[in-house]
Ligand binder design. Sequence first.
Ligand code: SF4
Length: 389
Amino acid sequence: MGDTAVPCGLPSVPIVPTGRSRKEFQLGRPRTFATEDASHEGHSQGLDQAALAPMRAALLRWYTKHTRPLPWRNDPDPYRILLSEVLLQQTRVEQARKYYANFLERFPTLDALAQADEEEVLAAWAGAGYYARARRLHALARKLPGGALPASYSELLQLPGLGPYTAAAVASIAFGEAVAAVDGNVRRVLCRLLGWADATQRKLREAAQALLEESSPGTWNQAMMELGALVCTTRRASCPSCPWGSWCKSFGNPTSVPRPRPRRARAARGAALVLMGRGGVVMERRGGPSLGGLWGVPYEEGEQALHVLLARFSLEDAAFLGQVRHAFTHKRLTIDVYAARVDQAGMDPSTLAVSRLDEKILALARERAVEDVNAGQSGRGSTEAGSAD
Ligand code: SF4
């Protein structure tokens, strides 16, 4: 993809390879230009094209030296790159390594993933959280004949569940397409570099695209993300060791931008019912984007949660076992856990894909049951909660 000069001196590169035109924008000028006079009026807030080459070289030099040896690096398999990107959307790198290895062991190819049933896929994803990601990946695999991902950004973007970031990451890293990927790390680096308190996704993608090193877009995108992950971090940016220190508008004052996005996590209360049936625990399929498809014990949220649960199973009462806390990105849950016996079949939870939240609830029930058995053996009698296991 060739560069075309535009008035601000930056290369004109389409955001997507469709020839769509884009607005011009200006990069932050090097701090070393700060005393120059207004004869640079057109560039007073910008960086002329001459700075792009040294900036690109500086970042790539830094990346070569500091890149972390992550298992998905240096592996051009598109499926593996897609898997790593999907995992990293909501999971920290250290945890993602473990889930990445486990998932690939079970499903080494897209085709193997397509052949699996959803239960197996969710079980392999267990613990990584945000199970909607696993369901979307599985649905995607089933939609791709021959188990091959399309090789262009525009085609990848048409696939269900793939947004601009993931499509750009796969297109650039797996297929070498010159398209910039903008995730949270890249947003933070760009906003600080350019002194933007905030920016639309379109504006960020335009900036990222103009900076892109087109001869190695996959390496470049990973270098940008790595800079945000290791140096230009949210709270402790290390400007003196940053390869872009000489050009950055936020050097020495990194946390002033970008403006933090409002936190959406809200506190919520709920109740869970561990019901012991004739052959195990009563389990239900969960719905919703976070846990949908997984198995869990009956659960409700809200003021009347326990009453709703008791009414659903025609119960008068249940024994209180204790509280479990669990955090999602959007919600911090405090759950009162109760137990009772019912005349239903029940299931063995260890044979099911159970969410981390329900693992905590079931662990609490087991813990209480063991305590009650011990109390009974020592002559202290048992409690109702002990009957839950
Ligand atoms: S100089 Fe500081 S604020 Fe600017 S990109 Fe580097 S680490 Fe971030």
